[in-house]
Write a protein that binds this ligand. Structure first.
Ligand code: AMP
Length: 598
Protein backbone atom coordinates (compact mmCIF):
# COMPACT_ATOMS: atom_id res chain seq x y z
CA UNK A 1 0.00 0.00 0.00
CA UNK A 2 1.32 3.46 -0.84
CA UNK A 3 2.45 5.61 2.08
CA UNK A 4 1.66 9.24 2.64
CA UNK A 5 5.12 10.65 3.09
CA UNK A 6 6.43 14.15 3.55
CA UNK A 7 9.09 13.06 1.05
CA UNK A 8 6.52 12.75 -1.72
CA UNK A 9 7.84 12.24 -5.22
CA UNK A 10 6.58 13.27 -8.64
CA UNK A 11 7.55 9.77 -9.73
CA UNK A 12 4.50 8.47 -7.85
CA UNK A 13 3.37 7.53 -4.35
CA UNK A 14 6.08 5.42 -2.71
CA UNK A 15 5.20 1.93 -1.47
CA UNK A 16 6.84 2.36 1.92
CA UNK A 17 8.88 4.78 3.98
CA UNK A 18 12.16 3.39 2.73
CA UNK A 19 11.01 3.82 -0.87
CA UNK A 20 10.00 7.38 -0.08
CA UNK A 21 13.58 8.17 0.91
CA UNK A 22 14.98 6.56 -2.23
CA UNK A 23 12.57 8.38 -4.52
CA UNK A 24 13.27 11.62 -2.73
CA UNK A 25 16.97 11.05 -3.32
CA UNK A 26 16.33 10.53 -7.04
CA UNK A 27 14.26 13.71 -7.21
CA UNK A 28 16.79 15.77 -5.31
CA UNK A 29 19.78 14.52 -7.25
CA UNK A 30 18.17 14.88 -10.67
CA UNK A 31 16.70 18.29 -9.81
CA UNK A 32 20.13 19.64 -8.97
CA UNK A 33 22.05 17.68 -11.56
CA UNK A 34 24.47 20.46 -12.41
CA UNK A 35 25.39 21.36 -8.84
CA UNK A 36 25.73 17.67 -7.96
CA UNK A 37 28.11 17.32 -10.93
CA UNK A 38 30.06 20.31 -9.68
CA UNK A 39 30.36 18.77 -6.23
CA UNK A 40 31.40 15.40 -7.66
CA UNK A 41 34.14 16.92 -9.82
CA UNK A 42 35.40 19.06 -6.94
CA UNK A 43 35.52 16.02 -4.65
CA UNK A 44 37.36 13.90 -7.18
CA UNK A 45 39.91 16.59 -8.04
CA UNK A 46 40.45 17.68 -4.44
CA UNK A 47 41.09 14.27 -2.99
CA UNK A 48 43.28 13.25 -5.94
CA UNK A 49 45.11 16.55 -6.37
CA UNK A 50 48.44 15.03 -5.34
CA UNK A 51 48.20 12.02 -7.62
CA UNK A 52 50.86 11.54 -10.21
CA UNK A 53 48.33 11.80 -13.03
CA UNK A 54 46.78 15.12 -12.04
CA UNK A 55 50.19 16.55 -11.16
CA UNK A 56 51.46 15.58 -14.60
CA UNK A 57 48.79 17.71 -16.22
CA UNK A 58 49.57 20.62 -13.91
CA UNK A 59 46.14 20.99 -12.46
CA UNK A 60 47.81 22.61 -9.44
CA UNK A 61 44.88 21.94 -7.17
CA UNK A 62 42.29 23.55 -9.44
CA UNK A 63 38.85 21.95 -9.16
CA UNK A 64 36.81 24.07 -11.56
CA UNK A 65 35.46 22.63 -14.76
CA UNK A 66 37.15 25.09 -17.09
CA UNK A 67 40.68 24.39 -15.87
CA UNK A 68 39.94 20.68 -15.74
CA UNK A 69 38.69 20.67 -19.31
CA UNK A 70 41.53 22.79 -20.63
CA UNK A 71 44.32 20.76 -19.03
CA UNK A 72 43.21 17.14 -19.07
CA UNK A 73 43.16 15.14 -22.28
CA UNK A 74 40.32 12.89 -23.34
CA UNK A 75 41.68 9.37 -23.19
CA UNK A 76 40.97 5.77 -24.00
CA UNK A 77 42.08 2.64 -22.19
CA UNK A 78 45.14 2.37 -24.43
CA UNK A 79 46.38 5.75 -23.17
CA UNK A 80 46.21 4.50 -19.59
CA UNK A 81 48.03 1.23 -20.27
CA UNK A 82 51.36 2.32 -18.70
CA UNK A 83 49.68 3.40 -15.45
CA UNK A 84 47.49 0.29 -15.31
CA UNK A 85 50.54 -1.85 -15.93
CA UNK A 86 52.46 -0.27 -13.06
CA UNK A 87 49.54 -0.68 -10.65
CA UNK A 88 49.10 -4.29 -11.75
CA UNK A 89 52.80 -4.90 -11.15
CA UNK A 90 52.58 -3.68 -7.59
CA UNK A 91 53.28 0.06 -7.66
CA UNK A 92 51.18 1.28 -4.72
CA UNK A 93 51.98 4.98 -5.06
CA UNK A 94 49.11 7.39 -5.74
CA UNK A 95 49.24 7.15 -9.50
CA UNK A 96 45.59 7.69 -10.41
CA UNK A 97 43.80 7.79 -7.08
CA UNK A 98 44.69 8.98 -3.59
CA UNK A 99 42.65 6.07 -2.22
CA UNK A 100 44.40 2.72 -2.57
CA UNK A 101 43.36 0.66 -5.56
CA UNK A 102 41.52 -2.25 -3.92
CA UNK A 103 41.29 -4.51 -6.97
CA UNK A 104 40.93 -4.52 -10.72
CA UNK A 105 37.56 -5.06 -12.34
CA UNK A 106 37.90 -7.02 -15.55
CA UNK A 107 35.75 -5.52 -18.24
CA UNK A 108 34.17 -7.47 -21.08
CA UNK A 109 35.74 -4.87 -23.32
CA UNK A 110 39.18 -6.08 -24.39
CA UNK A 111 42.52 -4.62 -25.26
CA UNK A 112 44.97 -6.72 -27.27
CA UNK A 113 42.69 -9.72 -26.79
CA UNK A 114 42.57 -9.53 -22.98
CA UNK A 115 39.93 -8.05 -20.68
CA UNK A 116 40.57 -4.42 -19.80
CA UNK A 117 41.64 -3.94 -16.19
CA UNK A 118 39.70 -1.20 -14.45
CA UNK A 119 41.17 0.04 -11.20
CA UNK A 120 38.66 0.49 -8.41
CA UNK A 121 38.62 1.65 -4.80
CA UNK A 122 36.72 0.26 -1.82
CA UNK A 123 34.18 3.04 -1.53
CA UNK A 124 32.93 2.41 -5.09
CA UNK A 125 31.06 -0.55 -3.58
CA UNK A 126 28.96 1.95 -1.60
CA UNK A 127 28.13 3.83 -4.78
CA UNK A 128 27.13 0.59 -6.49
CA UNK A 129 24.99 -0.41 -3.53
CA UNK A 130 23.36 3.00 -3.59
CA UNK A 131 22.33 2.59 -7.22
CA UNK A 132 21.01 -0.93 -6.55
CA UNK A 133 19.00 0.42 -3.61
CA UNK A 134 17.08 2.72 -5.95
CA UNK A 135 15.86 -0.02 -8.29
CA UNK A 136 13.08 -1.61 -6.23
CA UNK A 137 11.58 1.68 -5.00
CA UNK A 138 11.13 2.62 -8.67
CA UNK A 139 9.80 -0.82 -9.61
CA UNK A 140 7.34 -0.73 -6.71
CA UNK A 141 5.72 2.30 -8.32
CA UNK A 142 4.70 0.15 -11.25
CA UNK A 143 4.30 -3.36 -9.85
CA UNK A 144 2.61 -3.53 -6.46
CA UNK A 145 2.90 -6.45 -4.07
CA UNK A 146 6.45 -7.56 -4.84
CA UNK A 147 7.15 -7.80 -1.11
CA UNK A 148 4.75 -10.75 -0.97
CA UNK A 149 7.00 -12.98 -3.06
CA UNK A 150 10.51 -13.63 -4.29
CA UNK A 151 12.75 -13.07 -7.27
CA UNK A 152 14.22 -16.03 -9.15
CA UNK A 153 17.47 -14.46 -10.32
CA UNK A 154 20.24 -16.45 -11.96
CA UNK A 155 23.38 -14.79 -10.61
CA UNK A 156 26.90 -16.13 -10.94
CA UNK A 157 30.45 -15.49 -9.89
CA UNK A 158 33.25 -15.96 -12.38
CA UNK A 159 36.86 -16.91 -11.94
CA UNK A 160 39.33 -14.42 -10.55
CA UNK A 161 43.07 -14.06 -10.83
CA UNK A 162 45.77 -11.95 -9.22
CA UNK A 163 47.99 -9.51 -11.06
CA UNK A 164 51.77 -9.91 -10.71
CA UNK A 165 51.61 -7.27 -7.97
CA UNK A 166 49.00 -9.26 -6.05
CA UNK A 167 45.80 -7.34 -6.78
CA UNK A 168 42.65 -9.32 -7.45
CA UNK A 169 41.29 -9.08 -10.98
CA UNK A 170 37.66 -10.15 -11.46
CA UNK A 171 34.39 -9.02 -13.03
CA UNK A 172 32.49 -6.27 -11.24
CA UNK A 173 29.53 -8.50 -10.38
CA UNK A 174 31.81 -11.18 -8.94
CA UNK A 175 33.37 -8.48 -6.80
CA UNK A 176 29.94 -7.27 -5.71
CA UNK A 177 28.45 -10.69 -4.92
CA UNK A 178 31.54 -11.59 -2.88
CA UNK A 179 31.45 -8.34 -0.92
CA UNK A 180 29.84 -7.97 2.49
CA UNK A 181 27.51 -5.44 0.90
CA UNK A 182 25.86 -8.38 -0.83
CA UNK A 183 26.62 -11.35 1.41
CA UNK A 184 25.42 -9.78 4.63
CA UNK A 185 22.75 -7.53 3.19
CA UNK A 186 19.97 -6.86 5.68
CA UNK A 187 16.65 -8.57 5.11
CA UNK A 188 14.51 -6.58 2.72
CA UNK A 189 11.06 -7.95 1.92
CA UNK A 190 11.18 -6.31 -1.52
CA UNK A 191 14.43 -7.99 -2.41
CA UNK A 192 14.25 -11.64 -1.46
CA UNK A 193 15.84 -14.09 -3.87
CA UNK A 194 15.07 -17.79 -4.22
CA UNK A 195 18.80 -18.39 -4.79
CA UNK A 196 20.80 -18.62 -1.57
CA UNK A 197 24.26 -17.04 -1.32
CA UNK A 198 25.71 -20.55 -1.23
CA UNK A 199 24.45 -21.14 -4.78
CA UNK A 200 25.28 -17.70 -6.16
CA UNK A 201 28.81 -17.87 -4.75
CA UNK A 202 29.51 -21.45 -5.84
CA UNK A 203 32.40 -21.18 -8.31
CA UNK A 204 31.34 -24.26 -10.29
CA UNK A 205 28.92 -22.95 -12.90
CA UNK A 206 27.03 -26.25 -13.29
CA UNK A 207 26.47 -26.69 -9.56
CA UNK A 208 25.56 -23.04 -9.14
CA UNK A 209 23.00 -23.11 -11.95
CA UNK A 210 21.59 -26.46 -10.85
CA UNK A 211 21.05 -25.30 -7.28
CA UNK A 212 19.56 -21.98 -8.37
CA UNK A 213 17.16 -23.73 -10.72
CA UNK A 214 16.20 -26.29 -8.08
CA UNK A 215 15.56 -23.55 -5.50
CA UNK A 216 13.46 -21.68 -8.07
CA UNK A 217 11.39 -24.78 -8.78
CA UNK A 218 10.92 -25.60 -5.08
CA UNK A 219 9.61 -22.09 -4.43
CA UNK A 220 7.78 -21.71 -7.71
CA UNK A 221 4.55 -20.38 -6.22
CA UNK A 222 6.41 -17.58 -4.46
CA UNK A 223 8.31 -16.41 -7.54
CA UNK A 224 7.00 -13.02 -8.72
CA UNK A 225 9.84 -12.03 -11.02
CA UNK A 226 12.43 -13.96 -12.97
CA UNK A 227 15.70 -12.47 -14.04
CA UNK A 228 19.38 -12.51 -14.85
CA UNK A 229 21.75 -9.69 -15.61
CA UNK A 230 21.58 -10.02 -19.37
CA UNK A 231 18.96 -11.66 -21.59
CA UNK A 232 21.51 -14.23 -22.79
CA UNK A 233 21.94 -15.44 -19.20
CA UNK A 234 18.24 -16.05 -18.69
CA UNK A 235 18.03 -18.00 -21.93
CA UNK A 236 20.97 -20.08 -20.81
CA UNK A 237 18.99 -20.95 -17.69
CA UNK A 238 16.04 -22.07 -19.85
CA UNK A 239 18.38 -24.22 -21.90
CA UNK A 240 19.74 -25.67 -18.68
CA UNK A 241 16.22 -26.60 -17.63
CA UNK A 242 15.67 -28.27 -21.02
CA UNK A 243 18.76 -30.39 -20.49
CA UNK A 244 18.32 -31.16 -16.79
CA UNK A 245 14.62 -31.23 -15.92
CA UNK A 246 14.55 -35.02 -15.56
CA UNK A 247 17.22 -35.01 -12.87
CA UNK A 248 15.78 -31.90 -11.22
CA UNK A 249 12.30 -33.43 -10.97
CA UNK A 250 13.79 -36.64 -9.64
CA UNK A 251 15.51 -34.67 -6.87
CA UNK A 252 12.21 -32.96 -6.05
CA UNK A 253 10.31 -36.23 -6.09
CA UNK A 254 12.70 -38.14 -3.85
CA UNK A 255 14.13 -35.32 -1.75
CA UNK A 256 17.63 -36.62 -2.54
CA UNK A 257 20.04 -34.15 -4.12
CA UNK A 258 21.82 -34.95 -7.40
CA UNK A 259 25.19 -36.45 -6.37
CA UNK A 260 26.92 -34.22 -8.94
CA UNK A 261 26.46 -31.39 -6.47
CA UNK A 262 29.54 -31.83 -4.34
CA UNK A 263 30.11 -28.32 -3.00
CA UNK A 264 29.85 -28.80 0.78
CA UNK A 265 28.11 -25.58 1.78
CA UNK A 266 25.74 -25.89 -1.16
CA UNK A 267 24.83 -29.48 -0.19
CA UNK A 268 24.33 -28.45 3.43
CA UNK A 269 21.93 -25.71 2.38
CA UNK A 270 20.05 -27.86 -0.12
CA UNK A 271 19.72 -30.76 2.34
CA UNK A 272 17.87 -28.42 4.66
CA UNK A 273 15.27 -27.31 2.13
CA UNK A 274 14.89 -30.33 -0.14
CA UNK A 275 12.04 -32.62 1.01
CA UNK A 276 10.25 -35.22 -1.12
CA UNK A 277 7.48 -33.48 -3.02
CA UNK A 278 6.04 -35.82 -5.66
CA UNK A 279 3.19 -33.45 -6.45
CA UNK A 280 5.54 -30.60 -7.39
CA UNK A 281 7.80 -32.99 -9.30
CA UNK A 282 4.84 -34.20 -11.34
CA UNK A 283 3.71 -30.69 -12.07
CA UNK A 284 7.16 -29.61 -13.35
CA UNK A 285 7.57 -32.86 -15.28
CA UNK A 286 4.18 -32.37 -16.90
CA UNK A 287 5.23 -28.98 -18.29
CA UNK A 288 8.81 -29.87 -19.23
CA UNK A 289 7.98 -33.12 -21.00
CA UNK A 290 5.82 -31.35 -23.56
CA UNK A 291 7.47 -30.84 -26.93
CA UNK A 292 6.31 -27.27 -27.05
CA UNK A 293 8.17 -24.99 -24.64
CA UNK A 294 6.38 -21.84 -25.64
CA UNK A 295 5.50 -19.85 -22.51
CA UNK A 296 7.38 -22.28 -20.25
CA UNK A 297 8.40 -19.55 -17.79
CA UNK A 298 4.83 -18.44 -17.23
CA UNK A 299 3.64 -22.05 -17.06
CA UNK A 300 6.09 -23.11 -14.36
CA UNK A 301 6.34 -19.84 -12.45
CA UNK A 302 2.72 -18.87 -12.83
CA UNK A 303 2.85 -15.80 -10.63
CA UNK A 304 5.65 -14.11 -12.55
CA UNK A 305 4.82 -10.48 -13.25
CA UNK A 306 7.84 -9.57 -15.34
CA UNK A 307 11.30 -10.65 -16.48
CA UNK A 308 14.14 -8.55 -15.13
CA UNK A 309 16.91 -8.62 -17.75
CA UNK A 310 18.82 -6.16 -19.87
CA UNK A 311 17.45 -6.37 -23.42
CA UNK A 312 18.88 -3.10 -24.67
CA UNK A 313 21.98 -2.77 -26.85
CA UNK A 314 23.41 -6.04 -28.11
CA UNK A 315 20.86 -7.96 -26.01
CA UNK A 316 17.94 -6.74 -28.12
CA UNK A 317 18.55 -9.72 -30.42
CA UNK A 318 17.10 -11.98 -27.72
CA UNK A 319 13.74 -10.26 -27.33
CA UNK A 320 11.80 -12.62 -29.67
CA UNK A 321 13.22 -15.72 -27.95
CA UNK A 322 12.45 -14.36 -24.50
CA UNK A 323 8.93 -13.51 -25.63
CA UNK A 324 8.56 -17.07 -26.85
CA UNK A 325 9.67 -18.74 -23.64
CA UNK A 326 7.89 -16.30 -21.36
CA UNK A 327 4.61 -16.14 -23.25
CA UNK A 328 5.08 -12.39 -23.70
CA UNK A 329 5.73 -11.34 -20.09
CA UNK A 330 6.86 -7.71 -19.72
CA UNK A 331 10.61 -7.22 -19.97
CA UNK A 332 12.09 -4.79 -17.46
CA UNK A 333 15.49 -3.19 -18.09
CA UNK A 334 16.36 -1.57 -14.81
CA UNK A 335 19.90 -0.27 -14.94
CA UNK A 336 22.85 0.78 -17.04
CA UNK A 337 26.30 0.10 -15.60
CA UNK A 338 29.85 -0.93 -16.40
CA UNK A 339 33.07 -2.00 -14.74
CA UNK A 340 34.30 1.58 -14.92
CA UNK A 341 31.27 3.04 -13.18
CA UNK A 342 27.58 2.41 -12.53
CA UNK A 343 25.77 5.04 -14.56
CA UNK A 344 22.06 5.13 -13.93
CA UNK A 345 18.64 3.56 -13.92
CA UNK A 346 15.42 3.31 -15.88
CA UNK A 347 12.74 5.36 -14.15
CA UNK A 348 10.00 3.70 -16.21
CA UNK A 349 11.10 0.06 -16.03
CA UNK A 350 7.90 -1.50 -17.35
CA UNK A 351 8.07 0.35 -20.66
CA UNK A 352 8.61 -1.51 -23.92
CA UNK A 353 12.25 -2.47 -24.63
CA UNK A 354 12.37 -0.09 -27.60
CA UNK A 355 11.36 2.80 -25.33
CA UNK A 356 13.91 2.18 -22.59
CA UNK A 357 15.81 5.26 -21.46
CA UNK A 358 18.33 5.35 -18.67
CA UNK A 359 18.59 8.37 -16.41
CA UNK A 360 22.22 8.95 -15.55
CA UNK A 361 22.56 9.64 -11.83
CA UNK A 362 24.73 12.75 -11.41
CA UNK A 363 26.21 11.55 -8.11
CA UNK A 364 27.92 8.49 -9.60
CA UNK A 365 30.77 10.24 -11.47
CA UNK A 366 31.45 13.37 -13.47
CA UNK A 367 29.96 12.91 -16.92
CA UNK A 368 30.82 14.58 -20.21
CA UNK A 369 29.48 13.89 -23.66
CA UNK A 370 31.38 13.83 -26.90
CA UNK A 371 29.02 14.70 -29.77
CA UNK A 372 28.96 11.66 -31.99
CA UNK A 373 29.12 12.06 -35.73
CA UNK A 374 27.89 8.70 -36.96
CA UNK A 375 30.45 8.29 -39.75
CA UNK A 376 33.52 9.97 -38.31
CA UNK A 377 36.43 8.14 -36.77
CA UNK A 378 38.19 9.99 -33.96
CA UNK A 379 38.62 13.71 -34.40
CA UNK A 380 41.15 15.92 -36.17
CA UNK A 381 44.06 17.01 -33.96
CA UNK A 382 43.81 20.70 -34.82
CA UNK A 383 40.23 21.03 -33.57
CA UNK A 384 39.87 19.54 -30.12
CA UNK A 385 36.37 18.24 -29.59
CA UNK A 386 33.96 20.24 -27.51
CA UNK A 387 32.54 18.07 -24.80
CA UNK A 388 29.13 18.84 -23.42
CA UNK A 389 28.17 18.69 -19.74
CA UNK A 390 25.45 16.40 -18.41
CA UNK A 391 22.74 19.04 -18.21
CA UNK A 392 23.62 20.57 -21.58
CA UNK A 393 23.05 17.62 -23.88
CA UNK A 394 20.35 18.09 -26.49
CA UNK A 395 17.33 15.89 -27.04
CA UNK A 396 17.64 13.79 -30.20
CA UNK A 397 21.44 14.05 -30.42
CA UNK A 398 23.91 11.21 -30.04
CA UNK A 399 26.95 11.35 -27.80
CA UNK A 400 29.77 9.16 -26.66
CA UNK A 401 29.98 8.88 -22.88
CA UNK A 402 33.13 10.25 -21.20
CA UNK A 403 33.60 9.78 -17.46
CA UNK A 404 35.73 11.00 -14.59
CA UNK A 405 35.48 8.67 -11.62
CA UNK A 406 36.38 8.63 -7.95
CA UNK A 407 38.63 5.63 -8.66
CA UNK A 408 40.87 7.69 -10.94
CA UNK A 409 39.68 7.62 -14.55
CA UNK A 410 39.84 11.15 -15.91
CA UNK A 411 37.95 12.08 -19.09
CA UNK A 412 37.84 8.44 -20.07
CA UNK A 413 35.92 7.34 -23.18
CA UNK A 414 33.68 4.44 -22.25
CA UNK A 415 32.88 3.62 -25.88
CA UNK A 416 29.09 3.69 -25.52
CA UNK A 417 26.98 5.76 -27.88
CA UNK A 418 23.85 7.19 -26.31
CA UNK A 419 20.95 9.25 -27.68
CA UNK A 420 19.17 11.79 -25.53
CA UNK A 421 15.44 11.08 -25.30
CA UNK A 422 14.40 13.61 -22.68
CA UNK A 423 15.03 14.81 -19.16
CA UNK A 424 13.92 13.87 -15.69
CA UNK A 425 14.14 17.17 -13.86
CA UNK A 426 17.50 18.44 -15.08
CA UNK A 427 19.08 15.02 -15.58
CA UNK A 428 19.06 13.72 -19.14
CA UNK A 429 17.70 10.33 -20.13
CA UNK A 430 19.42 8.25 -22.75
CA UNK A 431 18.58 5.53 -25.17
CA UNK A 432 21.51 3.11 -25.39
CA UNK A 433 22.35 3.16 -29.10
CA UNK A 434 25.33 0.83 -29.27
CA UNK A 435 28.83 0.21 -28.18
CA UNK A 436 31.40 1.45 -30.67
CA UNK A 437 33.26 -1.01 -32.86
CA UNK A 438 31.34 -4.13 -31.92
CA UNK A 439 30.67 -6.39 -34.85
CA UNK A 440 29.60 -9.63 -33.18
CA UNK A 441 28.27 -10.36 -29.72
CA UNK A 442 26.46 -13.37 -28.27
CA UNK A 443 26.86 -12.86 -24.53
CA UNK A 444 29.26 -10.37 -23.00
CA UNK A 445 31.81 -10.99 -25.78
CA UNK A 446 32.46 -8.08 -28.10
CA UNK A 447 34.31 -8.86 -31.31
CA UNK A 448 35.39 -5.99 -33.52
CA UNK A 449 36.17 -5.91 -37.21
CA UNK A 450 39.95 -6.07 -36.74
CA UNK A 451 39.67 -9.15 -34.50
CA UNK A 452 37.45 -10.90 -37.02
CA UNK A 453 39.80 -10.02 -39.86
CA UNK A 454 42.78 -11.39 -37.93
CA UNK A 455 40.88 -14.57 -37.11
CA UNK A 456 39.98 -15.11 -40.77
CA UNK A 457 43.60 -14.50 -41.78
CA UNK A 458 44.92 -16.97 -39.23
CA UNK A 459 42.41 -19.64 -40.16
CA UNK A 460 42.88 -19.24 -43.89
CA UNK A 461 46.56 -20.15 -43.52
CA UNK A 462 45.36 -23.73 -43.15
CA UNK A 463 44.01 -23.53 -46.69
CA UNK A 464 47.34 -22.70 -48.30
CA UNK A 465 48.39 -26.27 -48.83
CA UNK A 466 45.16 -26.74 -50.77
CA UNK A 467 45.93 -23.77 -53.01
CA UNK A 468 42.77 -22.20 -51.70
CA UNK A 469 42.13 -18.72 -50.36
CA UNK A 470 39.23 -16.86 -48.77
CA UNK A 471 38.15 -14.29 -51.33
CA UNK A 472 35.39 -12.71 -49.26
CA UNK A 473 33.75 -13.20 -45.93
CA UNK A 474 31.06 -11.84 -43.72
CA UNK A 475 29.59 -12.88 -40.38
CA UNK A 476 26.45 -13.15 -38.34
CA UNK A 477 25.62 -13.77 -34.67
CA UNK A 478 23.18 -16.66 -34.79
CA UNK A 479 21.01 -16.53 -31.69
CA UNK A 480 18.30 -18.88 -32.86
CA UNK A 481 19.94 -21.66 -30.90
CA UNK A 482 20.89 -21.51 -27.21
CA UNK A 483 23.68 -20.78 -26.74
CA UNK A 484 24.11 -18.67 -29.85
CA UNK A 485 27.18 -18.94 -32.02
CA UNK A 486 29.20 -17.02 -34.59
CA UNK A 487 28.56 -17.89 -38.23
CA UNK A 488 31.21 -16.89 -40.76
CA UNK A 489 30.33 -17.04 -44.45
CA UNK A 490 33.34 -17.81 -46.63
CA UNK A 491 33.63 -17.65 -50.37
CA UNK A 492 36.65 -19.70 -51.39
CA UNK A 493 38.83 -19.64 -54.45
CA UNK A 494 40.45 -23.00 -55.09
CA UNK A 495 43.07 -23.34 -57.81
CA UNK A 496 43.22 -27.10 -57.64
CA UNK A 497 39.82 -28.78 -57.73
CA UNK A 498 41.40 -32.21 -57.19
CA UNK A 499 42.79 -31.05 -53.86
CA UNK A 500 40.13 -28.93 -52.17
CA UNK A 501 40.01 -28.58 -48.36
CA UNK A 502 38.11 -31.36 -46.63
CA UNK A 503 35.47 -31.04 -43.94
CA UNK A 504 38.16 -31.85 -41.37
CA UNK A 505 40.34 -28.98 -42.61
CA UNK A 506 37.45 -26.52 -42.54
CA UNK A 507 36.59 -27.65 -39.02
CA UNK A 508 40.16 -26.89 -38.03
CA UNK A 509 39.71 -23.46 -39.64
CA UNK A 510 36.74 -22.89 -37.30
CA UNK A 511 38.89 -23.78 -34.32
CA UNK A 512 41.76 -21.62 -35.58
CA UNK A 513 39.37 -18.67 -35.76
CA UNK A 514 38.19 -19.31 -32.22
CA UNK A 515 41.79 -19.51 -30.99
CA UNK A 516 42.39 -16.06 -32.50
CA UNK A 517 39.39 -14.40 -30.88
CA UNK A 518 39.66 -12.47 -27.63
CA UNK A 519 39.67 -13.99 -24.16
CA UNK A 520 36.07 -12.97 -23.36
CA UNK A 521 34.90 -14.96 -26.39
CA UNK A 522 37.05 -17.95 -25.42
CA UNK A 523 35.87 -17.80 -21.80
CA UNK A 524 32.27 -17.84 -23.07
CA UNK A 525 33.08 -20.95 -25.10
CA UNK A 526 35.08 -22.79 -22.46
CA UNK A 527 34.05 -21.78 -18.95
CA UNK A 528 30.60 -20.24 -19.23
CA UNK A 529 29.16 -22.29 -22.10
CA UNK A 530 27.48 -19.12 -23.17
CA UNK A 531 28.70 -19.35 -26.77
CA UNK A 532 28.36 -22.37 -29.04
CA UNK A 533 30.98 -23.68 -31.52
CA UNK A 534 31.85 -21.30 -34.35
CA UNK A 535 30.49 -22.27 -37.74
CA UNK A 536 31.92 -21.63 -41.21
CA UNK A 537 29.41 -21.72 -44.04
CA UNK A 538 31.09 -22.00 -47.42
CA UNK A 539 29.06 -20.24 -50.10
CA UNK A 540 29.06 -20.72 -53.89
CA UNK A 541 31.44 -18.71 -56.02
CA UNK A 542 29.90 -15.41 -57.03
CA UNK A 543 27.75 -15.07 -53.92
CA UNK A 544 29.46 -11.91 -52.71
CA UNK A 545 29.02 -10.35 -56.15
CA UNK A 546 25.32 -11.07 -55.85
CA UNK A 547 25.42 -9.45 -52.44
CA UNK A 548 26.89 -6.33 -54.00
CA UNK A 549 24.31 -6.36 -56.80
CA UNK A 550 21.60 -6.57 -54.18
CA UNK A 551 23.04 -3.62 -52.22
CA UNK A 552 23.37 -1.55 -55.39
CA UNK A 553 19.81 -2.37 -56.40
CA UNK A 554 18.81 -0.88 -53.05
CA UNK A 555 20.69 2.35 -53.68
CA UNK A 556 24.28 1.69 -52.56
CA UNK A 557 26.93 3.48 -54.60
CA UNK A 558 29.02 1.12 -56.71
CA UNK A 559 32.20 3.12 -56.02
CA UNK A 560 31.76 3.15 -52.30
CA UNK A 561 30.42 -0.35 -51.82
CA UNK A 562 32.27 -2.38 -49.20
CA UNK A 563 31.44 -5.92 -48.21
CA UNK A 564 29.67 -5.71 -44.85
CA UNK A 565 31.72 -7.71 -42.34
CA UNK A 566 28.58 -8.52 -40.38
CA UNK A 567 25.05 -8.97 -41.66
CA UNK A 568 21.69 -9.12 -39.94
CA UNK A 569 19.24 -7.97 -42.60
CA UNK A 570 16.93 -10.91 -43.32
CA UNK A 571 16.91 -10.76 -47.17
CA UNK A 572 20.73 -10.69 -47.21
CA UNK A 573 20.95 -13.62 -44.85
CA UNK A 574 18.41 -15.52 -46.91
CA UNK A 575 20.49 -14.85 -49.99
CA UNK A 576 23.65 -16.07 -48.26
CA UNK A 577 21.99 -19.15 -46.79
CA UNK A 578 20.51 -20.13 -50.14
CA UNK A 579 24.05 -20.21 -51.58
CA UNK A 580 25.63 -22.34 -48.84
CA UNK A 581 27.44 -25.41 -50.18
CA UNK A 582 28.77 -26.78 -46.92
CA UNK A 583 28.76 -25.99 -43.24
CA UNK A 584 31.44 -26.81 -40.65
CA UNK A 585 31.58 -26.44 -36.88
CA UNK A 586 34.51 -26.06 -34.54
CA UNK A 587 35.30 -29.56 -33.30
CA UNK A 588 36.76 -28.59 -29.91
CA UNK A 589 36.97 -25.80 -27.38
CA UNK A 590 39.63 -23.16 -27.91
CA UNK A 591 42.28 -22.62 -25.30
CA UNK A 592 41.32 -20.47 -22.32
CA UNK A 593 42.53 -20.08 -18.76
CA UNK A 594 41.70 -17.36 -16.23
CA UNK A 595 45.33 -16.24 -16.40
CA UNK A 596 46.02 -13.32 -18.68
CA UNK A 597 48.47 -13.64 -21.53
CA UNK A 598 51.35 -11.43 -20.57
P1 AMP B 1 31.50 -4.36 -18.60
O1 AMP B 1 32.59 -3.36 -18.66
O2 AMP B 1 31.90 -5.72 -18.99
O3 AMP B 1 30.85 -4.29 -17.28
O4 AMP B 1 30.42 -3.93 -19.67
C1 AMP B 1 29.81 -2.68 -19.60
C2 AMP B 1 29.15 -2.39 -20.92
O5 AMP B 1 28.00 -3.22 -21.09
C3 AMP B 1 28.63 -0.98 -21.01
O6 AMP B 1 29.63 -0.05 -21.30
C4 AMP B 1 27.62 -1.15 -22.13
O7 AMP B 1 28.25 -1.18 -23.38
C5 AMP B 1 27.01 -2.52 -21.83
N1 AMP B 1 25.79 -2.33 -20.99
C6 AMP B 1 25.71 -2.29 -19.66
N2 AMP B 1 24.45 -2.08 -19.25
C7 AMP B 1 23.71 -1.99 -20.38
C8 AMP B 1 22.34 -1.76 -20.65
N3 AMP B 1 21.45 -1.62 -19.67
N4 AMP B 1 21.95 -1.72 -21.94
C9 AMP B 1 22.83 -1.90 -22.94
N5 AMP B 1 24.14 -2.12 -22.75
C10 AMP B 1 24.57 -2.15 -21.49
Amino acid sequence: MAVDSPLSSQLGPPACERDAKALHFIEETTSHADSVQDRVLTEILTRNSQTEYLTRFKLNGATDRETFKSKLPIITYEDLQPEIHRIANGDRSAILSAHPISEFLTSSGTSAGERKLMPTIKEELDRRRLLYSLLMPVMNLYVPGLERGKGLYFLFVKSETRTPGGLLARPVLTSYYKSDHFKTRPYDPYNVYTSPNEAILCPDSFQSMYAQMLCGLLQRQQVLRVGAVFASGLLRAIRFLQLNWRQLTQDIETGALNPKLTDTSLREYMDKILKPNPELAECVRHECSKDNWEGIIARIWQNTKYLDVVVTGAMAQYIPTLDYYSGGLPLACTMYASSECYFGLNLNPMCKPSQVSYTIMPNMAYFEFLPHEPDSFGFPCDSPPKLVDLVDVEVGKEYELVITTYAGLYRYRVGDILRVTGFHNSAPQFHFVRRKNVLLSIDSDKTDEAELQKAVENASRLLREFNTSVVEYTSYADTRTIPGHYVIYWELLGKDSANSPTDEVLKQCCLAMEESLNSVYRQGRVADNSIGPLEIRVVKNGTFEELMDYAISRGASINQYKVPRCVNFTPIMELLDSRVVSSHFSPASPHWTPERRR
